[in-house]
Design a protein around this ligand. Structure first.
Ligand code: BG6
Length: 477
């Protein structure tokens, strides 16, 4: 059974729901120059905002102005927690500004007040796929050490301003996405860098990640200084990688492929670089900019909990070589399909047991509290004549994943803080920029071209999730 104060709820991110991309003093962020795409059609990164292009997050679902309505719907479902992100470019429009933008801070004050009024605990990510565009253009993004100080300033501003309202924070969303250097989307949104324009993308990735590790550790230390009760977590996209067969090489490969997730959690949870990473740097002949002082800061700023998203597992086959093409969720050409699990229309593998496997791996490696801060499924959906969506597929997806989380708690002894449904209200998809890929328990009448009334409608899963929360996960049918 889940603990009494289990944090049931949902998760959204600023750039995927807010809209109002140029309001109240906000600067441009890297997400503001990403066009829409589709399954197999990559999103493009444009040089600035170009008239005539479709930038889905400019309007998104207008949550920036409709947050009260949305939060009261979440409250009706019984949410105990809501994960949002603060858009850095609303607080420091250029990133290198010396003073914060008061209108940006005031907006999030209002949002947190509204959550607290409804008894909903805010869970807040500081960087969820957006940094001020100016930092990418003028500084080269996280490839530049200068960003550490700027992030620390931004994080400290937020901790101080919201210390009485927000207890749970995360520093970088899915910090490990950038491990996939084959696709510019990830380097751009994680770090404001374009791997395709760099001679040695892998080295650049490790360097950018290092500066983020130091920035994150500093943020943890700053938060604890400001208020020892604040809890700061890391956040990774967790993907267990299975060996395709019992061939010994597949097993060894799968262990290495797991580093795509574990390298990041190893540094952030243990506060030190793992030996396999040091070896890798040596083998590649890299001398990364990692100072003794950085290593000290990493040791001091280990995270309080491990936050992660879980969507799917992967399979690796030493003998395979598939063309990656526009495939953006697989970083290695030896990643193959799994004949034992179904896939969504976007080829995302549905594997609930993979969630339990993930929880077990993390628990045995770190013995830290864990928080499932994203889990959900993107489906093609339309309103029916009763103005709802019979999303039985989503209910089944969530039911099966919650059941596996419960097994991890009850049978494996995992310390689990909460479960948040990704995109609890239909957001703009991150990888494709589509509205068509819907995740919500609440349907939003916005289409890919931005048309639609913007009205909100409860899907069948809305009432189902209300019962799940009410019963603390006891009633999943
Ligand atoms: C995670 C992100 O990658 O998965 C979210 O943290 C994202 O921002 C979610 O939306 C689902 O991905 P997508 O591409 O289907 O929206």
């Amino acid at each position: 059974m889940f603990r009494d104060n289990f944090l049931w709820g949902g998760a959204i991110a600023a750039h995927q729901v807010e809209g109002s991309y140029d309001q109240d003093g906000k600067g441009l962020s890297v997400s503001d120059v990403m066009t829409s795409g589709a399954h197999g059609v990559p999103r493009r990164i444009t040089d600035g905002v170009i008239p005539g292009e479709n930038y889905p997050n400019h309007g998104a679902i207008d949550h920036y102005r409709r947050y009260e309505e949305d939060i009261s719907l979440f409250a009706e479902m019984g949410f105990k927690a809501l994960r949002i992100s603060i858009d850095w470019s609303r607080i420091y429009p250029n990133g290198d500004d010396m003073a914060p933008n008061e209108r940006g801070l005031a907006h999030y004050d209002n949002v947190f007040d509204c959550m607290l009024k409804h008894g909903i605990e805010p869970v807040v990510t500081l960087q969820h796929f957006e940094i001020p565009l100016h930092l990418a253009e003028e500084y080269g993004g996280w490839a530049n050490r200068a960003l550490i100080d700027m992030f620390e300033r931004y994080a400290t501003t937020c901790f101080e301003r919201f210390r009485d309202k927000v207890r749970y924070w995360m520093t970088f969303n899915e910090i490990n996405n950038q491990f996939n250097t084959k696709n510019d989307l990830y380097g751009w949104t994680n770090s404001g860098v374009r791997f395709s324009q760099h001679p040695d993308p892998e080295r650049l990735m490790y360097q950018a990640a290092h500066y983020q590790f130091v920035a994150s550790a500093r943020a943890v230390s700053a938060a604890h200084r400001i208020d020892p009760d604040i809890k700061v977590g890391c956040m990774v996209a967790a993907t267990p990688v299975y060996p395709a067969s019992c061939h010994p090489e597949d097993m060894l490969l799968s262990l290495d492929a797991m580093h795509e997730t574990l390298f990041f959690t190893d540094v952030q949870c243990n506060g030190a670089y793992p030996s396999y990473a040091r070896r890798h740097f040596e083998r590649c002949g890299w001398t990364l900019d990692i100072t003794e002082e950085d290593l000290r800061e990493l040791r001091l700023g280990t995270v309080d909990y491990l936050g992660f998203s879980y969507y799917y597992s992967s399979v690796i086959d030493h003998a395979a070589h598939i063309e990656l093409g526009d495939e953006i969720t697989r970083s290695d050409s030896r990643m193959v399909d799994n004949p034992f699990v179904p896939e969504t229309a976007w080829d995302w593998r549905i594997d609930p047991e993979g969630l339990r496997t993930t929880l077990k791996i993390f628990d045995e490696r770190y013995r830290l509290p864990q928080f499932i801060v994203e889990c959900g499924v993107g489906l093609v959906e339309e309103l029916n004549e009763s103005a709802t969506v019979e999303d039985d597929e989503r209910i089944e997806y969530l039911r099966a994943h919650i059941e596996q989380a419960s097994c991890a708690v009850e049978m494996d002894g995992v310390d689990l803080m909460g479960f948040l449904v990704w995109g609890c209200i239909d957001p703009v998809s991150f990888t494709t920029g589509e509205m068509r890929k819907r995740y919500g328990l609440i349907y939003v009448d916005v289409n890919d071209d931005g048309s639609g009334t913007g009205d909100r409608f409860k899907k069948k899963s809305f009432q189902w999730y209300r019962r799940v929360i009410e019963s603390n996960g006891g009633v999943l049918a």
